[in-house]
Write a protein that binds this ligand. Sequence first.
Ligand code: GLU
Length: 304
Amino acid sequence: MFGRFAPTPSADLHLGNLRTAVVAWLTARASGRGFLIRIEDLDQPRLPQADTIAARQLADLATLGIDHDQTVVRQRDRTDRYVAALAGLDGLIYECFCSRKDVAEATRAPHGATAHYPGTCRHLSPTERDRRRRIRPPAWRINADAAQMSVTDLLHGQYSATVDDFIVRRADGVFSYNFAVVVDDGLQEVDQVVRGEDLLESAPRQAWLAHQLGLPVPNYLHVPLVLATDGSRLAKRDRSASLDGLGTTGISASAVLSHIASSLGLTQPGEPVKLPELVERFDPTALPRQPWLVDPSSWVTSDR
Ligand code: GLU
């Protein structure tokens, strides 16, 4: 069984992504699991930069000492698997002709202020579907029937949500993140999902989908975010928080690893460390529950 790290190649990994990758690797290794890296490039198949960025992401992970056990897979090479998995959901999925604007307007309705898809296309007649198909290609949604789903997270405990009729395949044919991630984790024998806390709210719908596909539900650990000291999110595009950007200000990769390790309570501040040495000290349940507030510019002086 495996743990994994699954970056989207839209920009260089920032401190938050790197820290999550470190936690994912340590959680897998400390529990005797293998470790996989998967490039989630479904959304950018035609973006020439995606390959370049993916290569830089892999290089950064290797620099921190994050190794992996199998060839890195790319989601854009796995369409056949998604097509096959979707066929298994026949009867549960339906065509949706709503534009983003339609959904936004419908969900802004005075009653039930919910962002969930309101089910507009769930029960269209065959004639109506035919008519609409001639106007625009449909996306595919899954009928979750407002299922209640609960997952167990190593840091957050039980986390429950109502599953919405989420999109499994977009109108342009691209499979959705929520669909592909579940199929891939299932097929790749990933039973330990460690990722950023921003994805905790997606876990119930993904666990529910795993059930529908006959796949086992993984264990989850959602890692608290890394924030700037004013509480704002680190943007992926913020070069100053990438390994390369930090390097240009004189902060080495080993210093970054040391800061990450001390933020996780695994080392004393400034203690030099190699990733494998941390496996024995690592206890996922002892991880900090609060976001890590960082100002990397303060490291420049403290590290010299
Ligand atoms: N590809 C997603 C991201 O880069 C992570 C997906 C996951 O770990 O489930 O945010």
